[in-house]
Design a protein around this ligand. Structure first.
Ligand SMILES: C[S@@+](CC[C@H](N)C(=O)[O-])C[C@H]1O[C@@H](n2cnc3c(N)ncnc32)[C@H](O)[C@@H]1O
Length: 285
């Protein structure tokens, strides 16, 4: 987009942006360009299509240029636009939190099936708050709590709780630290689970922008499952459930961790829409 007096219509900008982002290695460059333009013009995609002939103002072009430059550096679209949809809810996101993934909706769905409306629920590693907030929305009488080690993530999760008008209580700390004697009916966690050696080969959007603290699961990616699983029984009510999201190829190992405690029954795995075993859970006997 040069500075000279050219008329930059929505369609022309869209075509240019798509080509530029594709050249920079951005997948789905056309769709992402549409989302960026929607963000700048405050339109939905239908509105964008209906305004293909509309020229952008200088201010709109300047704003778009900034956003396109960020995306070309492979910053995730969601950080640029500042939000991500999850379970039909809107979540503010910043580089302080992992961007909620649709695969994580499987964990929420499995949790909802096992919770009662009055359940006491703990989400370990709340991040943006997507899991805890979705659970509180579906189970409005549940007592939902979340623990998070990052104060910046906690501050954002608080905003998302308010914006989604749910009741979730947050605690700063590591794993069960804020709850020495508390027991829950359901403990859920999508912990960091990327093996440390794999971090450098992640796509740039993840490797260079999402928080390490949300990704690094230790040498084999299983550190958090090893910490949480043996500690969970003393924080669960009898019959209470422990449910994890797991990374690709980790389900068998995490299932093994639950089995080795000898106190979990009804151990199960659940697949995401791509057929990958994404959730592992068990019930305290
Ligand atoms: C994979 S992210 C999941 C975030 C969110 N629950 C989601 O599903 O999108 C893991 C989260 O755990 C947090 N975390 C890392 N170590 C922790 C610890 N020791 N105690 C509590 N939270 C921790 C990270 O800061 C991050 O927000």
């Amino acid at each position: 987009m040069s500075e000279k007096q050219e008329i930059w219509t929505v369609l022309k900008v869209l075509t240019w942006t798509k080509g530029y982002l594709a050249q920079k290695g951005v997948e789905n460059a056309r769709l992402e360009s549409e989302w960026l333009l929607c963000g700048v013009l405050d339109l939905d995609r239908v509105g964008l299509y209906l305004n293909f002939d509309k020229p952008l103002t200088e201010a709109e072009l300047a704003r778009l240029r900034g956003m396109v430059a960020r995306r070309a550096r492979r910053e995730p679209l969601q950080y640029i636009l500042g939000s991500q949809e999850f379970m039909g809810l809107e979540f503010a996101v910043t580089p302080a939190v992992l961007i909620p993934r649709h695969d994580t909706e499987v964990l929420v769905a499995e949790a909802v099936q096992r919770a009662a409306d009055g359940s006491r629920i703990l989400d370990i590693g709340v991040g943006s708050g997507c899991i805890a907030i979705a659970l509180a929305k579906v189970l409005p009488r549940a007592e939902v709590m979340g623990v998070e080690a990052s104060p910046e993530a906690l501050a954002l999760a608080e905003k998302n709780i308010e914006a989604n008008a749910v009741r979730v209580t947050l605690f700063e700390g590591s794993l069960f630290e804020p709850f020495p004697t508390e027991r829950f009916d359901l403990i859920v966690s999508n912990p960091p689970y990327i093996p440390t050696v794999d971090l450098e080969s992640l796509q740039p959007e993840v490797r260079d922008f999402e928080p390490r603290q949300a990704l690094d699961g230790g040498a084999d990616g299983l550190d958090f499952y090893r910490l949480i699983t043996p500690a969970a029984p003393s924080h669960l009510n009898p019959g209470g459930w422990l449910l994890f999201e797991v990374g690709i190829g980790q389900a068998a190992a995490v299932k093994g961790l639950l089995e080795r405690t000898c106190v979990f029954t009804d151990i199960f795995t659940a697949r995401d829409p791509s057929g990958i075993e994404r959730v592992v859970g068990g019930r305290l006997a």
